[in-house]
Design a protein around this ligand. Structure first.
Ligand SMILES: [Zn+2]
Ligand SMILES: [Zn+2]
Length: 374
């Protein structure tokens, strides 16, 4: 019986041995491999220890931490990108060899840059559609009103890059373009008669102007002409200026979604009314904080916003017209419940054409002032 058990034990030995082999621990024979720096063309390696028995690599002499890769891939040692103003592209060079990488400019990551008014004009004129153009520093715009029109490429962006545009010489910072964006910076006026001008003119004679204005600070208001303009997060200050923070001039639509708007001496926001729809300037207020009067005509829609002053309902201002249509302010149903408005009617003289002798005839009409009592 004893012998039989011995045979069974011997027969099981290979199985027992193979089970043990699975978990056998290597008594590592380690060789240190020194760190070798990579070059521009050849791989290097980190410092590590190699076991010639199990062929594994370790981060330490005690083989406590196994590592899978020891290779440092070959790579150029490039510095930061710099801008080549002359060739309008970015480049970065390797500090180890002469390798230079060039990258075309024009997108958000690599915008076309401009350092002054002349350069800005030239960059804009040669830029492709959807180009991203950015100021490299503060600039001064000296040309007279309407002399320099910055017509951005279709779908393009003019990013002030946090810089300031100073408008001199009664000039305007006149931007136009189709589906373009003007953003991130400051526009201030430095006129001989600083109370007259607007800081920014949006739109000019060419049609299809659609401009989004974001995160812009201005000293002086916006004059929007022949243009659809949408405002987000702007801080427009027309204090001590004549006119308005936002003026919807002929054939325009101003939509305000957010931001703070401080009016000039006449009002904060004004829409143009005309008998011909095409000549009206429409205002749609969806949000924002407004200091000063809102001169509203039937071209005004209020869906939201905070107002510290009256909303003045003005009929046609278009001198020489005899149109009788009453002015009508549209306040959306949701928003109307939040407003607490009183209406005051005052007389005013409206030009009503000329009589047989060529003298101007006026008609006394009622102007209604809506006061927001909140
Ligand atoms: Zn080993
Ligand atoms: Zn290199």
């Amino acid at each position: 019986m004893k012998k039989k058990l011995g045979i069974i034990f011997v027969a099981l030995l290979p199985i027992v041995f193979s089970l043990c082999a699975c978990s056998r621990i290597c008594k590592h024979k380690l060789v240190k491999v020194n760190y070798t720096a990579e070059t521009c063309t050849e791989d290097g390696n980190i410092e590590y220890w190699h076991c010639s028995l199990c062929d594994k690599n370790f981060a330490d002499a005690d083989a406590a931490e196994e590592i899978s890769s020891t290779v440092i891939l070959a790579a150029h040692a490039y510095g930061d990108y710099e801008y080549d103003f002359e060739n309008k592209r970015y480049f970065r060079s390797c500090s180890r060899c002469d390798d230079i990488v060039k990258t075309d400019a024009g997108n958000e990551q690599f915008p076309l840059l401009a350092r002054d008014e002349t350069e800005l004009t030239s960059v804009i004129q040669s830029a492709k559609a959807k180009s991203h153009i950015k100021l490299a520093n503060d600039i001064t715009v000296t040309a007279g009103e309407y002399e320099v029109v910055l017509r951005l490429p279709d779908g393009g962006t003019l990013d002030l890059g946090g810089h300031t545009v100073t408008v001199k010489n009664n000039g305007g910072f006149l931007v136009e373009g189709t589906d373009v964006t003007l953003q991130n910076g400051k526009v201030i006026t430095d006129f001989e008669t600083p109370n007259i001008g607007y800081a920014v003119f949006l739109g000019d004679a060419v049609d299809d102007n659609r401009i989004t204005v974001r995160n812009l600070d201005t000293k002086g208001g916006f004059n929007v002409f022949n243009c659809e303009a949408a405002f987000y997060d702007c801080n427009v200050d027309a204090t001590n200026r004549l006119y308005y923070a936002l003026w919807a001039d002929t054939h325009s639509t101003i939509t305000v979604n957010s931001g703070v708007y401080r009016g000039g001496e006449i009002a904060c926001v004004h829409s143009t009314a005309s008998r011909e729809a095409d000549n009206s300037g429409y205002v749609i207020l969806n949000g924002g904080t407004f200091y000063g009067k809102i001169y509203a005509t039937f071209c005004t829609t209020i869906n939201g916003g905070n107002f510290d002053d009256s909303i003045v309902l003005t009929p046609y201002l278009y001198d020489g017209e005899t149109e009788k249509t009453e002015a009508k302010l549209i306040v959306s149903k949701d928003y109307a419940s939040k407003l607490n408005i009183t209406v005051t009617a005052t007389d005013y003289e409206m030009f009503d054409g000329k009589d047989a002798n060529g003298n101007r005839v006026y008609e006394t009409r009622k102007k209604q002032t809506l006061t927001n009592n909140r």
